[in-house]
Design a protein around this ligand. Structure first.
Ligand SMILES: Cc1cc2nc3c(=O)[nH]c(=O)nc-3n(C[C@H](O)[C@H](O)[C@H](O)COP(=O)(O)OP(=O)(O)OC[C@H]3O[C@@H](n4cnc5c(N)ncnc54)[C@H](O)[C@@H]3O)c2cc1C
Length: 449
């Protein structure tokens, strides 16, 4: 039997394509290696509350998630995070670790106005004067530098160290040394070329809201989005097979253990390393993304000392590079937790995940990032999670994209679209439309985008 489409990978990308194709009447089979679909949208439990162990919010720079929820009539409630915003922790010249709210108007850590009070609070007056010169510097020609080189040459080392690098590491799980602005924020890069200045481009594009609040979530956890989408795909007639790892693929076949599925089209919607393996090409993998969800009982957290969370500059010695105070960020979490109990997510620095896995290590990282005095006994539980295939190195992305294109295999998910639901979902829907012939009729909400 030849199916219309076989999809390998049941993360949000694969599920989106399965739902789109099934509702268009196509014969679609999705195979997922693990026992549950959802990929990096995964449910866990801490302090008796269901929480996200992977992605926990989505950027509102596209309407991709909201459109999907509306079009698929998913039974999820989209919610705003608390307006308090996030902080950055950095080391002052005195050696003391300080914390300050992230600038209200900035993109990828680059401020729209370097002399704004909330920017000066972080980079100091000298740093602000240096960064303010950016508008008068000519844009160099030649190949695009790395994001770190770009930010340092135009805005100064302080902006890179205290804003761009921590933002880049926490949002994209990569150092600003290893990415280019055109890949992490193509719109900002294009605007910079047009206006001839980074700060002018940020000024034109940055929303008038605090960094960290241009996101939304799902009441009860983002994992519900994948769970509801899976149910919608099944209702529409998609076949979803979990515990079914694909071993190799061609343009028309997917090899499972002891079985071959035939299809008119094959989509790979796995992480980058799994995609490289399926395509039998060599691609450099990035280190795993490690985090822990920590249950804390401490008065110091009742006042939400760092708003919704804090990201750490590289010179802050901590095994965690970022912290999310879950119940400060999401009202639904605060309402579900017993009084005095808090949930904290710690994202590990590369190679330091193990240091966060016990109460003493988690407490030390929380103390450093928040300034709250916390004893190991205040940490009641630590839930560790590792995501081995979450980040695509630029090299892996190029290798996998080329190999898939050469062989006539379609590629979806973060490896093709870039990290994050705001990119992955619209890309997956466009791919599904392309695969469905005659085209899937669009619905009103999708024209709004
Ligand atoms: C800790 C963390 C926090 C994040 N936070 C956010 C956030 O707040 N906001 C945001 O927008 N994004 C966030 N992201 C990124 C976001 O989760 C991803 O960009 C998105 O979920 C990628 O979806 P995907 O479908 O491409 O891949 P995945 O979710 O990785 O799904 C791929 C699926 O393929 C399966 N698979 C792999 N190999 C095979 C095989 N051989 N055969 C069959 N199946 C296979 C895997 O088991 C997996 O289920 C976060 C990611 C992590 C790890």
């Amino acid at each position: 039997m030849t199916h219309d489409v076989v999809i390998v990978g049941g993360g949000i990308a694969g599920l989106t394509i399965a739902w789109e194709l099934a509702r268009a009447g196509r014969d679609v089979v999705l195979v997922e290696a693990s026992e549950d679909a959802g990929g990096m949208l995964r449910r866990g439990t801490a302090a008796g509350v269901e929480v996200d162990l992977g992605a926990e919010s989505f950027a509102t720079r596209t309407t991709g998630v909201a459109d999907l929820v509306a079009d698929a009539r998913l039974a999820v409630q989209l919610v705003e995070p608390a307006p308090s915003g996030a902080h950055v922790a950095f080391r002052r010249r005195s050696g003391r670790v300080d914390r300050a709210p992230l600038p209200r108007r900035a993109l990828v850590g680059m401020p729209a106005d370097p002399t704004a009070a909330d920017v000066v609070r972080i980079i100091g007056r000298a740093g602000a004067r240096r960064a303010a010169q950016e508008r008068h510097l000519p844009l160099p020609s030649g190949p695009e530098p790395t994001l770190a080189e770009l930010a340092t040459s135009r805005l100064g080392a302080r902006v890179t160290a205290r804003l761009v690098e921590p933002l880049c590491r926490s949002v994209y799980s990569q150092s600003a040394d290893s990415v280019r602005l055109s890949s992490v924020h193509p719109v900002l890069w294009e605007k910079t070329q047009v206006l001839g200045s980074l700060t002018a481009a940020v000024d034109a594009l940055a929303p008038a809201v605090r960094t960290g609040s241009a996101v939304r979530g799902v009441e009860g956890g983002l994992w519900r989005l994948a769970a509801e989408l899976e149910a919608a795909a099944l209702r529409a007639g998609a076949v979803i097979r979990t515990g079914a790892p694909a071993r190799t693929v061609t343009a028309t076949t997917v090899e499972l253990d002891g079985e071959t599925l035939a299809a008119r089209a094959v989509v790979i919607a796995t992480g980058p390393t799994a995609a490289a393996r399926l395509l039998q090409v060599e691609a450099a993998s990035a280190p795993p993304v490690g985090l822990v969800v920590v249950e804390v009982v401490a008065d110091g957290f009742d006042s939400f000392p760092v708003g919704s969370g804090v990201i750490a500059a590289p010179d802050v010695d901590s095994a965690a590079k970022a912290l999310t105070h879950v119940d400060a960020k999401w009202e639904w979490a605060a309402a579900a937790l017993p009084a005095g109990t808090h949930l904290v997510r710690l994202s590990a620095r590369d190679g330091r995940h193990h240091e966060l896995m016990d109460a003493a290590g988690a407490a030390a990282a929380i103390r450093t990032l928040t300034g709250v005095r916390l004893a190991p006994t205040d940490v009641r539980r630590v839930v560790p999670v590792a995501w081995p295939d979450a980040v695509a190195t630029p090299g892996a992305r190029a290798t996998v994209t080329d190999a898939a294109a050469t062989r006539g295999i379609r590629l979806a998910g973060a490896v093709a679209a870039g990290t994050g639901l705001a990119s992955v979902i619209p890309h997956a829907r466009a791919l599904a439309c392309d695969l469905a012939s005659p085209p899937i009729p669009s619905e009103g909400a999708r024209h709004v985008r």
